[in-house]
Design a protein around this ligand. Sequence first.
Ligand SMILES: *Cc1c(COP(=O)(O)O)cnc(C)c1O
Length: 478
Amino acid sequence: MNPAPTLDPPDWDAFRAQGHRMLDDMVDYLRGIRERPVWRPIPDAVRGALREPVPRGPTALAEVHESFLQHVLPYAVGNAHPGFFGWVHGGGTPVGMLAEMLAGGLNANLGGRDQMPVEVERQVAEWARELFGFPAGASGLFVTGTSMANLLGVLVARTAALGAESRRRGLAASGGGALTAYASAAAHGSVARALDFAGLGSDALRLVGVDGAHRVDVPALERAIAADRTAGRRPFLIVGTAGTVDVGAIDDLDALARIAAREGMHLHVDGACAALAVLVPELAPRLRGIERADSIAFDFHKWGQVPYDAGFFLARERDAQLAAFAAPAAYLRRDTRGLAAGSPWPCDLGPDLSRGFRALKAWFTLKVLGTDALAEAIRGTCRLAQRLAARIEREPRLELLAPVPLNIVCFRHRGAEPDALNAAIVRVLHESGLAAPSTTVLDGRLAIRAAIVNHRTEARDIDTLVDAVLRFGAAGPT
Ligand SMILES: *Cc1c(COP(=O)(O)O)cnc(C)c1O
């Protein structure tokens, strides 16, 4: 008779040996990543190598790993590389990688139940509460990223404004059509999408102008709120940005907190880019007021260097978070003892029921490296941004297009048709594998945007970027 079928390895010793080889490969990859191109174009043959019918039969683990080494690993985005400056991507750490392996082995489902993995997540939430100066009674939850955490913020604010009954009665019967929210024109697109997903419509988000430093224009915000009140609307939410995606500007969160308190509105802070500046004593004062927010969204996977994905949502009042998400279900009945103890569960604090153990890689990262080391990495990226800005100002063929308050530098090469020229420079830069910035548009002008987030980036990487921009700029649009 055949043994009962199982998906475990038929030969554990062989599996262990192959597993060690795979770990060695990834350690070598990370250790030598600087010697590789940041990114490289994907040849058609490589794309084609993956195309095949559903694999009905088995393939040796070593063979699939070889395919990963050949076809996948060399063609990733490159954000682990010190020469990566595109968008706002974290670099990850080897420690975080190992924690991912442990989490995968444990295969914990963090929706709820009485288990220590949930306590790990609660501990990280407690650290977040401490870092942001939130009171006891705050609560937090890992989510995919700040896009999702911003949605949670809108949903908590919506329920607070309309009452928990609105979750049953729906928006139309609860006056949801009158709600209006406010953010700066420099806010991330996920804020408008959150209003959309929340059923309020993205038009309910008023985009207020910014000052010369790209921070929300506070008097204009107050005028917009007053005008909506006069028109019979119901202002319910202010979204402040701690680190705009274009230039890294931080809104005057103290002023926003004052207005939100006066107007009886919810203050949510999108801190994806820069909330973790709170770890750095000389940067933390710029976030003043964040401790008065009703909720904060931020990403451990950006400046926090935790591997993707590791977004976080922190609410000032757990009861407000529960009011927005908790729901009774017979099959999720709670108890005071046994596995069903430990209520409320993470599934009461957000939309997900089954949830992975994201908390473990954050817990390992914070404990093994310590927040002082993360702070030093953050500080280092800001120092490099200043170095880049200074070099740009010294180069007559380059111009800086925005202030550099933190770790993001927007600049361009001068030329007859600067938009086409700089788009071409970035394209060629990517294909060269030397450096990978992205682009944005500031005041109608296309900018090369270098977001320095990776702890591996050094001064020589900044020099490589500038030298290459100058070289490709001299060659003209291609
Ligand atoms: C990156 C970013 C987001 C989106 O976060 P994800 O983790 O990518 O979902 C939102 N707001 C700002 C300011 C960002 O920089």
